[in-house]
Write a protein that binds this ligand. Structure first.
Ligand code: NOJ
Ligand code: CA
Length: 684
């Protein structure tokens, strides 16, 4: 895919204001103002949106292990402001072209007192939010830096309702249900942290371009319940970041919207990352995939070789047959390699040795003939020290087999012990793997990852990741309640694509696990494939549960790489409707929490001329808990002037494929979309 980059610097100016002067930097549309000042030499920033105060004066700075805090008093040596505009094309994504427009200021500060250390601050003000980062330039006497605290504050002016997962007790797992509380009741949180202010601003705090640094969590200040402090994930010795000058921190981001869907539209995180580093991207392929996966989670198969082994040559070949017959481009196999029987034991992982009943060479050849991508797997059991030893050989092995995509996993506590999944050591490990994979032309789907911060712009082989409670939790826990997937788009998914693994048709899987089930209707499982964006999108169920199921046609037809995306409506934790275009077709997904919902969508946003809508929607009596299967499937004619009306069941959803009329259909009289609502009712 070709990539163009137009960088227009509209203007640059320098100034040296008096120390006491405030500098105001506004967004290109002037609606967001960032006020910067040195308060008695201490740097502070505040944010105002639509004339409402969002953040009160908030402090900035660093605390080091072996030298004085870098907090001031400073003098302003220089400042530059520039408007930056860029249009760029992602290798894959939710749209073909992305615009980035922001005003950026660089403040060059120097301590007033000896040793006169220098600190640069960058602020970028977009129409959809504010970002800032620190830079410690190279300077005499500052080589190694051991950061024990980043002193960034986020002092919110108003309380509000927030959606979050705990932070500082969970440097190791994002796989939690979101808590919903007042902002002021949060003790610590991972990011993205999303909240609606009392004056109706939609805010998400996160970070962009997490490179050579520790992940940021937030903790509430003891003295001010609306003040949140950056709390970096530590090393075993308590240091947060071990680095040297020059160094740049990730961007701290405050995404700002006037509606929930504004948050979904924002591309600020991607825009704050460096351009694509890979010249040849022909091997990076968005795709749908199936896999030897759900079968293990519901105990049909085992990872370990034995009677029930999932990843046998024969079984994986049958999945490949299924994929090639149904327009699915990839097949994942977990449990293909030796070592699963010794889970957790030192040296158990054998990432270059297949189980005896799995002929990996033959499988890969078979996949090639069938035009299917075989997706490899590295489970590390979080023994990263051991994984690092095998890394080169494990990737070279897959490369020698011409495997171009793999899933990795980091279940459990990190070894060496004391390291956390989200600390600097792991951030660096994850990046090393992305770069090594790129050098072998391999794309990645990472489970138990560090959060996304937009690095897929720079490394587009970093395609998708887990990093939240995915579908697997429905297989072996009390499950994900119906509102979970109506929260994820507004929280976790703001960080980037997610491998949720939707598309389970056998909602109750009673044959395998009568005490567990999926907490949604079947139609909602289809809708999730559109709503939860992932360029590697899994149709997670067993092939036998898709065979002869009319609803599977939607998955078969579904695209996963998009020219354009419309966020039609949404409220956090309640409902969301998203439409995505690929060529001349649109795919629409609408989901609701455990409340039924009457949906009305004006079709002129998507439809030009007459088209056909293939609808997959809950019947009138469907219910996630006691009647999850009934689905109404019908094709209708749609014109731009139509309004689509449908009812989503409690815990339900709707999926639509909108396509041009075939020649045959042009001569026929098709039922109008206005009949959909009554057709749903008739099926009660
Ligand atoms: C946890 C991952 O999320 C899941 O997808 C995988 O099947 C298991 N680990 C085993 O690797
Ligand atoms: Ca997981």
């Amino acid at each position: 895919m070709n990539k163009t980059l137009i960088l227009i610097i509209l203007f640059v100016y320098s100034c040296k204001p008096e120390i006491s002067n405030n500098i105001v930097v506004t967004s290109p549309d002037d609606k967001i103002q960032v006020e910067l000042k040195l308060d008695q030499g201490m740097p502070q920033y505040a944010i105002q949106v639509d004339d409402k105060k969002l953040l009160k004066s908030s402090a900035l700075g660093y605390r080091f292990r072996d030298q004085p805090d870098l907090v001031g008093p400073f003098q302003l040596v220089n400042s530059n402001t520039e408007m930056i505009e860029e249009d760029w094309e992602p290798v894959w994504g939710q749209e073909k072209s992305i615009n980035s427009l922001s005003r950026m200021i660089k403040l060059e500060l120097r301590e007033r007192l000896v040793p006169h250390r220098q600190l640069n601050l960058y602020f970028r003000v977009f129409n959809d939010g504010v970002a800032f980062r620190y830079e410690i330039p190279k300077q005499v006497g500052l080589d190694s830096l051991f950061i024990i605290e980043e002193l960034s504050e986020f002092r919110f002016a108003r309380d509000g309702k927030s959606w979050w997962i705990p932070g500082s007790h969970a440097f190791d797992s994002y796989e939690q249900l979101h808590k919903v509380s007042r902002l002021s009741e949060i003790d610590s949180a991972n990011t993205p942290l999303t909240y609606i202010t009392e004056d109706d601003l939609y805010i998400s705090i996160h970070e962009a371009n997490l490179t050579d640094y520790a992940g940021m969590t937030l903790k509430r200040s003891r003295s001010d319940s609306l003040n949140f402090l950056s709390n970096l994930v530590p090393w075993p010795d308590g240091d947060r970041v071990k680095t040297s000058a020059p160094m740049r921190s990730p961007w701290r981001t405050i995404c700002i919207g006037r509606s929930a869907t504004d948050l979904l539209r924002s591309r600020m995180i991607l825009n704050l990352n460096e351009p694509n580093q890979l010249s040849d991207v022909s091997w990076i392929k968005p795709m749908k995939y199936v896999g030897i996966w759900w079968g293990m989670h519901i105990n049909k198969y085992t990872w370990v070789q034995g009677d029930q082994h999932g990843a046998t040559t024969e079984n994986v070949m049958s999945y490949i047959d299924f994929a090639s017959e149904h327009d699915i481009q990839g097949v994942l196999a977990e449990g293909w390699n030796k070592g699963w029987e010794a889970w957790g034991q030192e040296g158990a992982l054998q990432l270059t040795e297949a189980y005896d009943d799995f002929d990996i060479g033959a499988v890969v050849e078979y996949a090639k003939v069938k035009n299917v991508t075989f997706i490899g797997h590295h489970e590390t059991t979080a023994n990263v020290a051991a994984y690092e030893h095998q890394l080169e050989s494990a990737f070279a092995y897959y490369d020698s087999l011409d495997i171009s995509a793999i899933k990795t996993g980091y279940v459990g506590a990190i070894k060496p012990s004391g390291q956390f999944h989200y600390g600097q050591w792991m951030v660096e490990h994850f990046r090393r793997v992305v770069q090594l994979a790129a050098s072998h032309r391999i794309s990645l789907d990472v489970h138990e990852p560090v959060k996304g911060t937009g690095i897929e712009r720079t490394w587009p082989n970093m395609m998708t990741r887990e990093g939240a409670r995915g579908q697997e939790w429905n297989a072996w826990s009390e499950g994900n309640p119906p509102d979970h997937t109506t929260i994820l788009p507004f929280t976790r998914l703001l960080a980037g694509p997610m491998d949720y693994t939707p598309g389970i048709f056998d909602i109750r899987f009673d044959r395998y696990k009568p005490d567990n089930k999926i907490h949604s209707t079947l139609a909602k499982q289809l809708a999730l494939m559109v709503v939860l964006y992932s360029p590697l999108q899994m149709a997670a169920d067993l092939p036998e549960n898709y065979e002869n199921q009319p609803a599977f046609q939607f998955i078969q037809d579904l695209e996963v790489d998009w020219d354009e995306t419309l966020y039609l409506e949404g409220e956090i934790g309640k409902y969301v409707t998203i439409a995505r275009r690929h060529g001349s077709e649109w795919f629409l997904g609408a989901i609701t929490n455990d409340e039924a919902r009457e949906l009305e969508i004006a079709m002129d946003q998507m439809v030009r001329g007459d088209q056909v809508a293939e609808c997959y929607v809950d019947t009138e009596d469907a219910h996630w808990d006691n009647n999850p299967y009934p689905i109404w499937i019908g094709s209708y004619k749609v014109s731009p002037s139509d309004t689509l009306k449908a009812r989503l069941a409690p815990g339900g959803g709707m999926a639509i494929r909108l396509r041009p009329l075939t020649e045959e259909e042009m001569g026929q009289k098709l039922v109008s979309i206005s009949d959909l609502r009554q057709d749903q009712e008739a099926r009660e």
